[in-house]
Design a protein around this ligand. Sequence first.
Ligand code: UDP
Length: 335
Amino acid sequence: MARSEPSLILVAGGAGFIGSHLCDRLLREGNAVMCLDNLQTARPSNLRLLEGRPGFTFVEGDIVSPLPEAVTRETHRITRVYNLACAASPPQYQADPEHTMLTNVVGTNHLLRLAERAGARFLLTSTSEVYGDPEIHPQVEDYRGWVSCTGPRACYDEGKRAAEALAFDYVRMNRAEVRVARIFNTYGPQMQCDDGRVVSNLICQALSGQDITLYGDGSQTRSFCYVSDMVEALIRLMESDIDGSEPVNLGNPTELTVRELAERVIAMTGRGNRVVYRPLPQDDPRRRRPDISRARDRLGWAPVVPIEDGLEQTCRWFAEELGRTGQDAPATEDA
Ligand code: UDP
């Protein structure tokens, strides 16, 4: 009789910010985890925290290309496919918009086909960006969004909308079991100092005595979810028996203006930093807050880490990181 091999969870984008936390948690729970990542936006040290751990394998590859043989030869073992593979920070995903679009459409298709062949369940990490610059507030999953297909964010938000459309077609055609998470802004340790997102920018600027950059007048809002809460939600969603044709908002509904966020960060870490104002990027959403009723109801989930605790932990982590690497905060360009 053939020896039965342990089942395997594939995490595409597993060396990235949320992906590396997800791999860590899945490994701690005793799973075998294969991380597939092109290392485009991953921190190499995220990977070093995972490599060598029992059950962990890393495969370098880009989901836009046909999946590497090191992945496809394990198809028979794969029971879960998490797709977190895409640059998520606006400056990063806009640096190569064609690749961003293809990652979401072609890359998601490659992973869905793999899930279909494996009989595995597939989870797409979609985004609050599918709501664009929302006209209703807070955003519920039934809201169809106000998105521009002509602007610089389209490669990401329209790409994610197309990825969702593809995933939901797999559900309709009974080709794979699918879960769709719409992730709102998430922060925590293992972000990159220079990835251009607001939490990492502000903390790194504050810690290294640089000017704090606020885009526009800082009155736009976001709702920030701590990464451990997000990972808990992703695993719950993957393992839930929810109807696969329902997307689920995942995020922390505590809403802050970007200016309020800056004030908190300065109070925690600041060294008398000056706040400077830069132009608001094109199509920057004015406000964003998830309605998480569906996640509460279907997954029994709500975030538990308050913003002040999450920010403290993140500031502490960045302080150690900057001390260790001697790295300075990024010189921020005008938006
Ligand atoms: N932002 C800012 N200063 C920065 C970086 C970003 O004021 O140094 C603003 C940005 O214009 C947006 C918000 O912070 O309104 C969140 O930006 P982020 O890039 O983190 O994510 P988004 O939610 O826009 O994808």
